[in-house]
Design a protein around this ligand. Structure first.
Ligand code: NDP
Length: 451
């Protein structure tokens, strides 16, 4: 160990930064971590956690209707935005404290302030400079809103959770995770939702069947889903926002949510004082050990691009700390990372899409199932579940699992283990199903899809 103030100085107390700081400290390193916004980062404060709470809230709307077919009389339930928003605030503030305690528990020094890199071994925070053998940048991402007339009137995922008033009419711009999830949330909470996507079909990068089935189900659920259209301008007219669209039409709403991607959060970090290189996407370029082109500075999580998912950042934080402070070689395995979009119904996916599998393996077999869930035979809800398996013909290995349906996230997590373990279609077939569930369909798809 050296005479520097710390062995590790972490900038950013989100999922990746906190995990790296805690692990390194538990291995005996002298650790400091700086955060200027909120402990727990995007996931805890304006991402996964509040989003999932709002998804739960949004599902009650349809659940009250579903209940009638089962004999329940649920007349006129009403929704109060302020209750949801304020209960959410309380829970998030509890989680912020949990994070503070976790860092205190391993004696990592926490600085409440924005840290700036001064030189490859020093960081300035709250007017003081601290030295460290290693610096770790884990500052995450920040919503990106393109510039156009009135773009400042749009809100992003940073603000949407805490709106003063519930937007009875909302336009959601984008066709990725956040747009699709929030279109579902506001639709379920009773708003009139228009989702605008610039291309011919949203969810680019997901399996083609899933994208088509998702468009069908989301439109059926009540979202006014419009493709091949973009926003030209937004104007405020009294309390209303007037949107001019690229197809020449107009839209009047109470709020516009922009969910058009996120960019690495590098502003004011002092990277100009280092030799850190960025890659083509503007993310910090790192090697397999998360080392940047400045040897003493590392970076991980959303700030390095890659899959912007909390569990990925956690795994990276763990691998970094083990390698640098234990030391133990336990690299992150980036294959077969499962992921879910918490739209209604959920999308769960792991492994190759059909399009990727054709390119990677040549000959593949597809198994598909499209059905109405048992629950909806009585609820009367017109919602269908879709499932798909992709099998490499030469090895019989299942290389892709895709689902659109209730609890797809919960189901896909278990199947991801099977795929990582190399399960073949024969293994799926010989697995006994759990009856009656939707998940059993994954082990009972006998006939390959013939087109
Ligand atoms: P995504 O990258 O998923 O989607 C961005 C969307 O915005 C795309 O549909 C893109 O279109 C569109 N877009 C980009 N630029 C423009 C523009 N100038 N004008 C109009 N549309 C545009 O980003 P998100 O913001 O939805 O989410 C960021 C990341 O956060 C995700 O990629 C994901 O990794 C993570 N996340 C994960 C969640 C989960 O695990 N459940 C939930 C939420 C976020 P096109 O496809 O044509 O480029």
């Amino acid at each position: 160990m050296t005479s520097r103030d710390y062995d590790l100085f972490v900038i950013g107390a989100g999922s990746g930064g906190v995990r790296a700081a805690r692990m390194a400290a538990s291995f005996g390193a002298r650790v400091a971590i700086a955060e200027n916004r909120y402990l727990g980062g995007t996931c805890v404060n304006v991402g996964c956690v509040p989003k999932k709470l709002y998804v739960y809230a949004s599902e009650y709307g349809h659940a009250f209707e579903d209940a009638r077919g089962f004999g329940w009389d649920s007349q006129g339930p009403t929704f109060d935005w302020a209750t949801l928003r304020d209960n959410k605030k309380q829970e998030i503030s509890r989680l912020n404290d949990v994070y503070r305690d976790l860092l205190g528990g391993v004696e990592a020094n926490l600085f409440d302030g924005r840290a700036r890199v001064v030189d490859p071994h020093s960081v300035e925070v709250n007017g003081q400079t601290y030295s460290a053998d290693k610096l770790l940048i884990a500052t995450g991402g920040w919503p990106f809103v393109p510039e156009f007339p009135g773009s400042e009137l749009a809100v992003t995922s940073n603000e949407i959770f805490d709106l003063d008033q519930f937007p009875k009419r909302i336009a959601v711009v984008g066709g990725g995770y956040i747009a699709v999830e929030f279109a579902g949330i506001f639709n379920g909470l009773g708003a009139k939702v228009t989702q605008l996507y610039r291309g011919p079909l949203f969810l680019r990068g997901f399996d083609g069947d899933i994208r088509r089935h998702a468009a069908r189900e989301i439109a059926k659920s009540g979202v006014d889903l419009r493709f091949e259209v973009n926003v030209v301008s937004i104007e405020r007219q009294g309390r209303e926002l007037n949107i001019e669209l690229s197809d020449g039409t107009r839209l009047q709403v109470d709020a516009v949510l922009y969910a058009t991607g996120r960019k690495p959060h590098l502003e004011g970090l002092g990277l100009e004082n280092t030799n850190i290189q960025l890659n083509d996407n503007g993310a910090i370029a790192v090697d397999a050990d998360f080392r940047s082109s400045e040897p003493s500075i590392f970076a991980l999580g959303d700030v390095i691009g890659g899959m912007e998912l909390t569990p990925v950042a956690l795994a990276e934080g763990m691998a970094f700390a083990r390698k640098q402070f234990q030391p133990l070689e336990a690299p992150v395995e980036y294959d077969f990372i499962p992921t879910t979009i918490f739209c209604q119904p959920n999308i769960g996916t792991v492994g190759f899409t059909e399009e990727q599998a054709r390119e990677e393996f040549g000959e593949i077999a597809l198994y598909k199932s499209d059905f109405k869930a048992l629950k909806h035979t009585l609820s009367g809800r017109d919602e269908r579940t879709f499932m798909k398996l992709i099998v490499e013909t030469a090895t019989d290995r299942v290389v892709g699992v895709h689902m659109l349906g209730p609890d797809a996230g919960e189901i896909t997590q278990g199947l991801a283990i099977a795929l990582k373990a190399g399960a073949t279609k024969a293994t799926f077939d010989s697995t006994i199903g759990i009856h009656p569930t939707a998940a059993e369909e994954f082990v009972t798809m006998r006939e390959p899809w013939s087109g």
